[in-house]
Write a protein that binds this ligand. Structure first.
Ligand code: E4P
Length: 218
């Protein structure tokens, strides 16, 4: 399973990259705003800064909601760097835009996926990735993992190449469940990735090993 980090914070992206297990980055307009990145030029420069840290797919989201606007913005984003993946919302105009970008060889990430039907449409249009929002479904008492499982079955039935990018991951167990059911990629916060490494028995065991070494090497 590929690991993407879901942030626009350069320090966190660098820290995750330095771990040696990071495959890519996803951003969205809210994450950019959280970092105080505003204005078209600053936003474009920030995407380039992210691409300069991580050699892997970097999702950059369009703001337009009409086909022409998405195409204009998406082409501008894709021209910024070879690693940019154009993030398109799951709306009918978005489906058309995904189809257009697929015909031009521009990679897309169809975002805000909350149902199997949306995932099927995005794959038929030729999306490179689809982003089902696991955590946001869980937030409204709906099983996000079950949705990803359903999409996995549908994509496997028809050998769609579209990758399932489990998004809105909140904690390490989300990552484990996604791995169990065969999500291709997960994107989440650095805290959830780092939490995978933690186990109290590891800490206790290491403490003991170091104490025993110290006793024998006084
Ligand atoms: C996906 O690409 C989104 O950026 C993201 O995962 C949304 O996560 P949230 O529900 O924690 O905002």
């Amino acid at each position: 399973m590929k690991f993407f980090i879901d942030t626009a914070n350069l320090a966190e992206i660098k820290e995750a990259y330095d771990l040696g297990i990071l495959d890519g980055v996803t951003t969205n307009p809210s994450l950019m705003a959280k970092e105080g990145i505003t204005g078209a030029e600053n936003i474009l420069n920030h995407y380039v800064a992210i691409c300069n840290i991580v050699d892997g797919p970097v999702s950059a989201e369009v703001i337009s909601t009409d086909f022409e606007g998405m195409v204009r913005e998406g082409e501008q984003l894709a021209a910024l760097h070879k690693n940019i993946v154009v993030k398109i919302p799951m709306i009918t105009e978005g489906i058309k835009a995904i189809k257009y970008f697929a015909s031009k060889g521009i990679r897309t990430n169809c975002t805000l996926i909350f149902s199997a039907g949306q995932a099927l449409l995005a794959a038929k249009a030729g999306a490179t990735y689809i982003s089902p929002f696991l955590g946001r479904l869980d937030d409204v008492s709906t099983d996000g993992i079950q949705l990803i499982q359903q999409i996995r079955v549908i994509y496997d039935n028809y050998a769609f190449n579209t990758e399932i990018l489990a998004a809105s991951v909140r904690h390490p167990m989300h990552i484990i469940h996604c791995a169990e059911i065969g999500a291709d990629v997960m994107t989440g916060p650095l805290s959830a990735i780092k939490a995978l490494a933690k186990h109290p028995l590891t800490d206790l065991g290491l403490q003991q090993f170091l104490a025993d070494y110290a006793k024998g090497n006084k």
